[in-house]
Design a protein around this ligand. Structure first.
Ligand code: NDP
Length: 252
């Protein structure tokens, strides 16, 4: 956890970073924060109006011109990921960072009642889509000097909990996939991959999962950005195959 990290103002200068689910919640905060620290951010998500708002905010804060990439992980195909890689190759020639942040909660419900179609959707958005997107983008990541790939995990992806169904399973799969990929990339020191657990954070997803909770007691997406900046930037060089937490486990 690097919540006390104090990044240099231009710590991501000259880095091209793709953020999925960049229109809302933690992804939105990460896109804005990465741009504020010098990155050229590719805003990927399914709701274009939200991405456009983030785009305008980045322009207003004077950051490097971002790019919008509309994509819905439900229904996206290998062809879409390959086209994305080709477009990014033409525009930028490399990718220095990839934050897999988009996520779908599904339902908190006993497994006996879990709807199989919803289970499939959660697996598609949280793990299958991101895996094939990563495969298409690997050649671009390999062209960077120090590429950081971050997969968003959860505490229920490290210890199972009743009723969390597909969401927990997708996050366990995320942890497992990153172990496999990190082991494979050991021989390629210019691409590192880690999981990042944001911890309880004040977003729409958290409100849906814990409707009775007082959101004022939770850290905001902005509060956890120091760890997001640290793991994306050069100060975490060499950190590879690790499970990182964005905030201390308990509120101070
Ligand atoms: P939000 O629900 O606020 O945001 C999720 C983002 O993912 C939105 O931008 C959403 O787009 C996007 N998204 C959802 N489905 C798709 C899809 N099919 N295709 C493309 N984009 C999609 O969630 P958070 O910001 O809270 O969560 C961000 C990440 O952090 C997730 O991976 C989540 O699992 C994880 N996490 C969050 C915690 C928390 O307390 N908040 C705790 C632990 C982990 P749109 O706006 O269009 O719906």
């Amino acid at each position: 956890c690097k919540i006390d990290y104090q990044p240099a103002p231009d710590v991501l200068h000259d880095r091209v970073v793709l953020v999925t689910g960049a229109g809302d919640g933690i992804g939105r905060a990460a896109a804005l924060s990465y741009a504020r620290h010098g990155a050229t951010v590719i805003l990927l998500g399914r709701t274009i109006s939200k991405l456009e708002q983030v785009y305008d905010e980045i322009e207003a804060q004077g950051g490097p011109q971002p790019a919008i990439f509309p994509l819905n992980f439900e229904g996206a195909t290998l062809k879409d990921y390959q086209e994305m890689a080709d477009t990014l190759d033409k525009e930028f020639g490399r990718l220095d960072g990839l934050l897999h942040n988009a996520g779908l909660l599904g339902r908190i419900t006993p497994f006996e009642q879990y709807d199989p179609a919803l289970w499939e959707r959660v697996m598609q958005v949280n793990i299958n889509g991101p895996i094939w997107m990563t495969q298409a983008l690997l050649p671009l990541l390999q062209r960077a000097n120090d590429a950081s790939v971050i997969f968003t995990s959860s505490s229920v992806g490290r210890k199972g909990r009743a009723y969390w169904g597909a969401y927990a399973v997708s996050k366990f799969a995320t942890e497992g996939f990153v172990e496999v990929l990190a082991d494979e990339l050991d021989s390629q020191p210019n691409v590192r991959v880690n999981t990042l657990n944001p911890g309880a954070t004040r977003t729409q997803m958290r409100r849906t999962a814990y409707p009775g909770e007082d959101p004022a007691r939770l850290r905001t997406p902005d509060d956890i950005m120091p760890t997001y900046l640290w793991l994306m930037g050069p100060d975490s060089a060499g950190t590879h195959g690790e499970k990182i937490d964005a905030q201390p486990p308990k509120q101070p």
